[in-house]
Design a protein around this ligand. Structure first.
Ligand code: F6P
Length: 566
């Protein structure tokens, strides 16, 4: 990655993907199944007792991330077999194909080059023979100039007042990333500016964002790769009406130019909407929506952070990209986390994966990962269209600790489901946390460490009985343990660390998609619902025909109409 001489292309069809045998008929897969059977109920208590060096050996330090994977249900043999599976399925080849710009998104015929968004100036990364890095830096420069003007209050609205509230309108990848990163990096943002992220077509979302806003000091960032997404266009159209009404202006004046900017790949649609294309920040079809918040989709975030902090975040992404591209598989963090997920999905029947950040600023991180992971790897056909016969992406879920401990951790500890989890924490609290609240940070982190410990080692019936617990309560108070966790610990949640974390998960998802031989970069599964919603909408109005709808939906529509008095 970011080599100044591009690697030779191997073609545009994603030759990195392993041809031939289906995954579950490969010897490496069968070997893992046999290994799993041999391991049987091996308990983390025994694995740690048998190998005093385990805790030290099963850690990786990459950039600012210290990752302890010793509490996973693996041995050296497991890791060796998983590495062999990665080799057999051509993960590294597909990675290299992605990084050099091959069109590995086979169903859309596109390159997958989000890593170019954080490549340093001077790197050469080509899409169809065209170096994309200079364009990336040209747009970053324009974003920086715009952010400077808003942050310095030089950018003025229609009445001459500076901007106070920035409303990002977008959905999916055009919302989740900037909204998540804004929350995560709040201590680094300009607290004199107010940010809102509006995504839902439910009008209450926009209403709540504007209820106390002044049109004269409000700036809208309409973020949409396609600029055709129904929710975003509906909200942007309503916002335009709100602004013009509030300013007492008519369309066609310069009010829109002063209060609306767009981020998109679709210049004609931005123009048609009425936004001055000088206020448009572009990105490219080789950036997937869920991989886009480090592109111009991060414009609101850059306004919040300033260009230097945004650059620090990009440098964090790049650090992880470089590690992913160059570290040997056995010391490669995205490979490791990806393969652990393959192991649990394929050989432990894990249906879900919990991501549990012990940081209130990370409150939107797991929601962001849901799109990243589930839209990427929620697939059931292979790259060539054949069905898969193995589990693909898990359900990703979770909320920040310690809150989750008082909600669903009971199930994690004593339920019948097997849920591997990532625990993410930071040694230092947020830089602007008042002194009086700093002591609580130890309490927060003590909980993170304690949960990993309890999940792994539990408490045996003997231990419980020794505590004098009544015999009939012993089963209720016994913790089986053996629930795997990976702990990710960093110094503090800085822009760079956030970039490292996001890139880590991006590449983890990549590794899994490559092993499962699915295309992680399309999202056809979201289309059908969109098409049907367009058909159902007219039926909601009075007298509209419900024939053509299935019986259940027609009956629901009729009930809805009656409840609406139609
Ligand atoms: O949910 C489908 C999807 O296409 C996502 O992949 C994308 O992030 C989102 O819609 C928004 O798309 P756009 O940025 O084009 O408005």
């Amino acid at each position: 990655m970011s080599a100044s001489t591009p690697l030779p292309r191997t073609g545009d069809t994603g030759e990195g993907a392993a041809p031939g045998l289906p995954l579950d008929r490969r010897g490496e897969w069968t070997a893992l199944g046999e290994h799993r059977a041999r391991l049987g109920p091996a308990h983390l208590r025994e694995l740690f007792a048998d190998d005093p060096s385990r805790a030290g050996r099963y850690t990786l330090d990459v950039g600012d991330l210290h990752v302890d994977y010793s509490k996973n249900l693996v041995t050296d043999e497991t890791l060796g077999l998983l590495g062999a599976l990665a080799a057999a399925t051509g993960v590294a080849d597909l990675r290299d194909a992605m990084l050099r710009g091959d069109h590995i998104n086979v169903t859309e015929g596109r390159a997958v080059l989000h890593t170019a968004l954080r490549a340093p100036r001077g790197a050469v990364i080509e899409d169809d023979g065209h170096d994309v890095v200079p364009e990336v830096h040209r747009v970053l420069e324009r974003m920086g100039a715009f952010a400077d003007r808003v942050r310095s209050r030089e950018w003025r609205g229609h009445t001459g007042l500076p901007v106070r509230r920035i409303v990002n309108i977008g959905i999916g990848g055009s919302d989740l990333g900037p909204a998540m990163a804004y929350e995560a990096l709040r201590p680094y943002t300009d607290r004199g500016l107010e940010f809102r992220f509006v995504s839902n077509v439910d009008g209450t979302d926009l209403h709540e964002a504007l209820i106390d806003a002044d049109p004269a000091t409000t700036l809208f960032v309409v973020a949409s790769k396609t600029f055709t997404t129904v929710e975003t266009i509906a909200n942007a159209t309503a916002a335009r009406g709100w602004l013009l009404d509030g300013l007492g202006e008519k369309p066609g004046g310069d009010a829109i130019a002063k209060h609306f900017v767009a981020v998109s790949t679709n210049t004609p649609a931005v123009e048609a909407f009425g936004i001055d294309t000088r206020n448009m920040f572009e990105f490219w079809d080789w950036v997937g929506g869920r991989y886009s918040y480090d592109s111009a989709i991060g414009l609101s975030l850059m306004v919040a952070l300033g260009r230097e902090r945004f650059q620090e975040m990009l440098a964090g992404f790049h650090l992880m990209d470089t590690h992913f591209a160059t570290a040997p598989v056995e010391r490669n963090l995205p490979f490791l986390l990806g393969l652990l997920g393959v192991w649990y999905g394929g050989f432990h029947d894990a249906q879900s994966h919990a991501v549990l950040p012990y940081s209130h600023h990370m409150s939107k991180f797991t929601a962001y990962l849901q799109q990243l992971d589930m839209e990427s790897n929620g697939k059931s056909v292979q790259r060539d269209g054949r069905p898969v016969a193995w589990q693909t992406g898990p359900v990703v879920w979770g909320t920040p600790g310690t809150n989750g401990q008082h909600a669903y951790f009971q199930l994690l500890h004593q339920g019948t489901r097997f849920v591997p989890a990532d625990l993410i924490g930071f040694a230092n609290p947020a830089p602007d946390l008042p002194e009086s609240l700093v002591p609580q940070h130890d309490l927060l982190m003590a909980n993170l460490f304690a949960q990993g410990q309890a999940l792994a080692f539990g408490r045996t019936a003997e231990e419980v009985a020794e505590e004098g617990v009544a015999a009939e309560l012993v089963p209720h108070r016994t913790f089986e343990g053996n629930r795997p966790t990976t702990t990710i610990l960093a110094d503090r949640l800085s822009p760079s660390v956030l970039g490292q974390l996001v890139a880590l998960y991006e590449h983890k998802v990549f590794v899994q998609g490559a092993v499962w031989n699915i295309n992680s970069f399309d999202q056809w599964g979201v289309q059908l619902g969109k098409v049907l919603a367009k058909r159902v909408e007219p039926a909601l109005s009075e007298g509209a025909d419900v024939t053509g709808l299935d019986a259940s939906t027609a009956s629901l529509v009729e009930r809805y109409r009656s409840l609406r008095g139609r």
